[in-house]
Design a protein around this ligand. Sequence first.
Ligand SMILES: [Zn+2]
Length: 327
Amino acid sequence: MSRLLRLCLALTLVAACRAPLQRPVDPPRKAVFIILDGIPADVVEKVPTPTLDAIAEAGGYARATVGGELGGPTQTPTISAPGYMSLLTGTWANKHNVWNNSRQSPNYAYWNIFRIVETVEPARKTAVFSTWLDNRTVLLGDGKPGAGDYRLDHAADGFELDTLKFPHDKSSRYILAIDEHVSTLGAEHIRTQGPDLTWVYLQHTDDAAHAHGDSQPFYDAVAKADAQVGRIWAAVQQRQALGEDWMIVVTTDHGRDPATGKGHGGQSERERTTWIVTNQSPLGARFTNGTPAIVDIAPSILQHLRIAVPPAVAKEWAGTSFLRSAP
Ligand SMILES: [Zn+2]
């Protein structure tokens, strides 16, 4: 063997030994957020919610805020659809332009979280589970050319229109049956498909409060919602056991009036005071020492998913991520 050949062989061996055996692979990052309608912070703190406690044990629980700047240009009604839109777009009603639950005309110039994910990384899988069809077809603008012409990969919604399977009753028990169905479908889809971004919307808590106010039937509805979240959380844990890195966020869209708990829509402290539970750790000071806002949720999820949000979209956000670590 020539001296040169021996030298080459030695250099090759050194290089081979120094090279790592295998590059560490980042686990797939996925997220699910759940809106439980109309539960003020004082109620979620009072009613036993073992699932939310378990999620908070892994990450954290914080009181949060909705409604924008009190008395300022971003002030937003503490109403359901405006609240969802604030979560979905990271902006307040002065931008997303949803002020009520009917006759909505969202300003699609402010991209929602699903449009961002489907546009930046179309291969990622998205899913929505909801009773309320408008959540997808109007607020998200799924499939609408004027809303970015993107498509969700999976949707199970509009069950309020299926009066054969869910016959309507005056006490709104059919909404509880729908939430049972929605949470079961959502959990099954997460367990079997592992979508990258999922929204699960559960409504019955708001109906119970509108009907009964601050009372046991409302608290019972909160306990049932916690059990429904338990289905999703169990599915997430099964996916995590497969090596995936999941973020779960559970929140509400508004609080309730301080007098009876039956209404909402105004700007009282109780209507503006909500809560966020997540399994994420570490959490930033915005979450642990401050008051995160509903508009922080989309930036946080997008950070977890490591989506390169177009700067022109992100600069319109009213919120920032409450996760501590930079992506
Ligand atoms: Zn609501």
